[in-house]
Ligand binder design. Sequence first.
Ligand code: ZN
Length: 330
Amino acid sequence: MTYSPITPTIPLDAQGVHHGFLRLPHSRDESAWGAVMVPITVIAGGQGPTALLTAGNHGDEYEGPIALQELAATLDPAAINGRVIILPMMNLPAFSAGRRCSPIDGCNMNRSFPGRPDGTVTQKIAHFIATRLVPMADIVLDYHSGGRTLDFLPFAAAHILADKTQEAACMAAMEAFNAPWSMRMLEIDSVGMFDTEVESQGKVFVTTELGGGGTATAASVAVARKGARNLLIHAGILKGTPQKAPSEMLDMPDERCFAFCETPGLLEPMVDLGEEVERGQPLARIWPTDRSGSPAQEIPARLSGILTARHVPGLVGMGDCVAVVAQRVT
Ligand SMILES: [Zn+2]
């Protein structure tokens, strides 16, 4: 096993319920021999597969941490066959600061995999998760939402993969999660993502985008909560019947899904989440913020589909992702 400076304070392979931390020494001005303490819960009962459930990969996304805090506090080992490893705030420094990236090293955890045992704080946490926790798992769920600068239709997602057997298993798990929308997802920038690392280890992987704007709603938390339970039942770990509701399948066929801003300014949305758009139709207008009497710049849809994501808050910067359009799979 490769060296890691991180020590779990609980056993990862014992039956029952164990709440503790991944303790990473972090010597700094405020604490000479201090540590970053990443919360972890392991719940095991009987014999069966292992699920790794993670949230707080980005620190300003809240449905996952809420659902996993509840699960960690309530899941009964007598109700499961197997093991559930729960990290509700995997990038704890970012989560504590309410920021996407860690204030300690500026790193975006979801661009830091597979990490480094001798790297920055974020890289060390990523390395431990990639080399110790992912290999133990049969199925991995990583919760995301839009954070402070995006808002999404609530969807679970799986990626197109070279291994079609693995892809089918991931798609089946995504459908089992049963969010209101299910996405065959294209990434802008997949290098260094947790998704890519987990998939490269041959695991079943599901991610989500459940809302955004830097907070959660009652409805988006309900999707997160139901999804974890459904996924554990699908994996054969949790006994019970899945809660099912209609879920519409969406596809992101190519990079025309994304609309990026080529001028900073004041964002006027012209379509709201979930609405149909035609190719060429303006998704948004960008008004100047430094003068009056000048025209707005229109941002057209590059393909027809459903508005799946939008920028928040009201001002946009150069190069920001303004909107995402995905297509219904019929
Ligand atoms: Zn995220």
